[in-house]
Design a binder for this molecule. Sequence first.
Ligand code: 3PG
Length: 334
Amino acid sequence: MAGLSTYWEPIRGKEKTTTVFYTTLINKMKVLVATEKPFAKVAVDGIREVIEKAGYELVLLEKYTEKKQLLDAVAQADAMIIRSDIVDAEVLDAAKNLKIVVRAGAGYDNIDLEAATAHKVVAMNTPGQNSNAVAELALGLMVYGVRNLYNGTSGTELKGKKLGIHAFGNVGRNVARIAKGFGMDIYAYDAYCPDEAMIKEGVTPVHSANELYKTCDVVSLHIPATAETKNSINYALLSQMPKGAMLVNTARKEVINEPELIQLMEERADFRYMADIMPAADAEMREKFAGRYFATPKKMGAQTAEANINAGIAAANQIVDFIANGNTRFQVNK
Ligand code: 3PG
């Protein structure tokens, strides 16, 4: 059977030195779920069902606090499901049997893809599976921001405001769909997405980041963290936003040039920043920008039962389909 290695081994009686009989030992494929930030229990149950139905064994490492725990757990794993957990060369070195790692989610900047390829490990993500959850949180952060963090003072409304979606992928599209319900005027910039795809969704395409930021009252970030995008959200870009502007970041903290964002917020008391990824300078920003800065304590965008079920079970199915059938459809280190 695919995925099982069966072999014969002599079993010796404790007191006897001669071989008494042979038996079949089955080494089950071990699938490690390593999540510092755990999935909802219902998602873990679903993952277990898929893994056990395939004849594999599920090993769970949740809420680990030291890398050593991950290094120990991965040593026996044939396959691994992670979230934002870091899979670097050291983890891959320790993972002697690992054939596949699936990031249950969209962004895979936490996997060292070159090291994975060098270790002959297939890396995958599960695109689209948690995007509604992230989009709902982005809108939630917008409402929280324009209502002055629910502090009892008079805020503003999203209706009629210009929303700029920076990157029109799975999350960006969901943000557009929900923002339409709020009556927002929606623009998007994505160098890799054709205008027609935006127009079809009732979104006005713009053709540069500068144009997006200059036009929009609220910008929602949905760009991945790559060499090209890191630190790209900087003073020059943000300072073009109109009075009362708000930046919402449910993407990655690395895309923000933090010192330049701080400089801008020091100069502009009207500028708000709402983040689902705590900036390195969180303490300083909380102190300096009270009432117009908020960051979740832990990345919450994909932290719903539905997103955990969708992404976690998709990851489990992708592992089974890869081990049993060699399907590499969602491989990201090709
Ligand atoms: C993603 O890239 O899928 C999101 O950022 C969610 O990340 P998480 O699984 O760590 O919550």
